[in-house]
Ligand binder design. Structure first.
Ligand SMILES: Nc1ncnc2c1ncn2[C@@H]1O[C@H](COP(=O)(O)OP(=O)(O)OP(=O)(O)O)[C@@H](O)[C@H]1O
Length: 276
């Protein structure tokens, strides 16, 4: 078995300035290269914090005996330059991508290439995009090719979201960290988006970690389900072993997710999943 891409042992993460309980508490998680897993759990469970921690954006608490390695190194023991190089090996797609509103879509998508370009090429691309075909191909995979030269602030919420994911396609990342990519998408686009992300991850043997509120889609598409509740891992299981009772327990006391599967649907989906 290959060495894990990520290894988290009893990891605790507290947001800067947050005096209350840590956002993540004693997390144990190993993620192998090429692995695809869905993060589920109620609002505030810590999904975004975990993704940001995997993206080396949050420094875990070091006084708790926890351990964290990404790509075989402790990112927080590296100097800034080395940590920067490590970050270039992963890509975090936030739920609301930080796209400059006045930019053309083509320029915003090509920004994913910046770490690989010289300063001169980067400046030139701001005036006239240097690889528009690459941006077009990435956008077309999300059904967005016709928006290549649109301004970012003219896009709908769902188009912006997919534009952020098209950026991911142009990165060379080996860890694809995606936060609620479907929150602004209709069912058909949701399925297309998930399939595209999963195919891309498979083709480059990258790990894909995707937080989802759509439990049904998580169970139907991801082989491994990691459930978070109140900052801890509630379960980490192959989807075939996730039962409706576990899902009900996970969301106990919460509003049920809009599309949580019924028992009948769930069994059917799990059976389908088991055959894939
Ligand atoms: N910048 C911050 N400063 C302080 N606390 C924060 C910050 N961001 C998140 N938190 C807290 O950390 C906890 C985990 O939040 P997080 O955003 O990771 O949850 P989530 O599972 O992604 O939620 P959602 O599904 O609503 O996006 C919550 O209690 C939240 O209030």
């Amino acid at each position: 078995m290959s060495a894990p891409l990520y290894l988290l042992e009893r990891l605790t993460v507290r947001h800067a300035g947050a005096a209350s309980a840590p956002a993540l508490h004693a997390i144990d998680l190993a993620i192998a290269p090429g692995e695809q897993l869905a993060l589920i759990g109620p609002s505030g469970a810590g999904k975004t914090t975990l993704l940001a921690t995997l993206a080396c954006n949050h420094q875990p608490q070091s006084d708790d005996g926890g351990r964290y390695t990404a790509f075989g190194a402790d990112p927080w023991a590296l100097d800034n330059a080395a940590r920067h190089r490590l970050r270039a090996r992963l890509f975090l797609a936030p739920q609301t991508p930080p796209l400059p509103p006045r930019q053309r879509v083509v320029t915003a998508v090509l920004a994913a290439r910046l770490p690989h370009w010289s300063l001169w090429r980067a400046l030139r691309s701001l005036v006239k995009p240097v690889e528009p075909e690459a941006a077009y191909r990435a956008l077309a995979r999300f059904n967005l090719g016709d928006k290549l030269y649109s301004r970012v602030d003219r896009l709908s919420g769902g188009e912006r979201q997919r534009c952020g994911l098209a950026r991911l396609m142009l990165s060379d990342a080996q860890a694809l960290l995606v936060d609620e990519p479907l929150s602004a998408l209709d069912p058909a686009l949701s399925q297309l988006t998930l399939s595209t992300l999963q195919q891309e991850a498979r083709e480059r043997n990258a790990a894909l970690v995707c937080s989802l509120h759509q439990v049904e889609l998580a169970l139907a598409n991801f082989p491994r389900i990691v459930a978070l509740k109140q900052g801890s891992i509630a379960f980490d299981l192959p989807r075939e072993q996730v039962t409706e009772a576990m899902i009900a327990e996970l969301y106990l006391g919460e509003q049920p997710p809009a599309n949580a599967p019924s028992l009948h649907e769930s069994a059917e989906k799990l059976a389908i999943g088991a055959c894939l």
